[in-house]
Design a protein around this ligand. Sequence first.
Ligand code: ADP
Length: 485
Amino acid sequence: MLQKTSHFLRQANFIDGAWVEADSGNTIDVINPATGSKIGTVPRSGTAETRRAIEAAETAFQSWKRTSADHRAKLLRKLHDAIMDNQDALAELLVMEQGKPLAEAKGEVGMSAAYVLWYAEEGRRVYGDVVPSPWADRRILVTKEPVGVIGAITPWNFPSSMLARKLGPALASGCTAVAKPASQTPYSGLAWGVLCEEAGFPKGVVNIVTGSASEIGDELCGNPLVRKITFTGSTEVGKLLIQKAAGTVKKVSMELGGNAPFLVFDDADLDRAVAGAVAAKYRNSGQTCVCTNRFFVQAGIYDKFVEKLAGAAKALKVGPGLEEGTQQGPLIDGKAVEKVEELIADATGKGGRLAAGGARHALGGTFFEPTVIAEATPQMRFMQEEIFGPVAPVFRFDKEEEGVGLANDTAFGLACYFYTGDLGRAFRVMEGLRYGLVGVNEGIITTVEAPFGGLKESGLGKEGGHQGIEDYLDTKYVCIGGLGL
Ligand code: ADP
């Protein structure tokens, strides 16, 4: 059924099928980053509310795990339809709290629905094995079962689709969930409660708690009823959660920070590379873990690339996400702007040249100019630090091995991109880059059909593809003896 945006704006926790406040009655303000004004509040919940949500999820799990995959798929298809019917309203809510342009928000909501549909189908293909037995009178079965209650902690940059990647496989496989959305963007998370209610999921199958990250996180990680933690966010917090989950030996899936390189070789199609660069850099104002952090451009094409990228950056229309034609919205908050300013000052202090932007945007608030910094060097902070803003540092390299070496010189290993017209080089470089996601002559590559996930300190586990459901399943070996065959 078609609903208004206000229908999805819930200022309460969703626990055991009920919309409830924090025990203390305390709240957190939610701010629209484009205007600086308050949209509303959400509960400032902590340990007690999280524990109740976990217990509700555990109770619901006892019956949910016994439903058929086909039954769960039908509910997930209803959920998919509810999301698509309300794509515009959900996208508007997302823009209000997150800031991205409406077209990007619609794309994100569409992606959420696509994950749900994908896992509706994948859940029906959770196969076990019948293994040839070494004993004549015994049979060997290998079965897959849902792990149980999962705890999902999600970030503010994709407040809808990051939850879809976790709830989709969880619900499809027969798990139940307690989710904690980021405090900056809780409404797109809470909207999942409304949607699940309307699709007909039983109470307690999905629970959503807002509030203190450390209290909620500690309870999710420490409570033995939770059997898996799935997290998307910073490497720093991810490492903490892995440590905390170790106490009860939970499964963990971690989608952590990136430091994406984008290499352009002399033999690349320059215009295609620039178009890919704009998409891989300025989407969501540079605030995605797969956004390019470092451009490495071969010397023969360097000046032309910088000139064209700077021209494209200057042409981007900055504005509020809900305004027609906006291509880049505000940054999430003041802290994000300060970090970007610091990194630019560091670079210009070390010889970087501003080819475009470089300052806060005339619109004020947290709007920032799309920026290009030429003559970047490995001594600059963004060689190792995630920028998470609309700043494109462009480094120069001569030889292929040097470019690949620079690209790999980081503790991260999420996404990377490179542009070349040479097929041999395409394979050499693809095999040389230590990253979980590789775009060859493409700047945007995420899709539900493919496994998304990082190497090294960028994470553990995959989301999407047929791989994405594995971490929600336990494998059980069953030996059936005494068959008297
Ligand atoms: P970002 O830098 O993108 O905000 P964070 O890792 O800080 O990334 O946040 C991602 C998610 O993790 C958010 O929902 C945030 O509230 C949550 N979070 C932050 N600190 C903790 C913590 N100590 N324990 C559990 N969750 C946390």
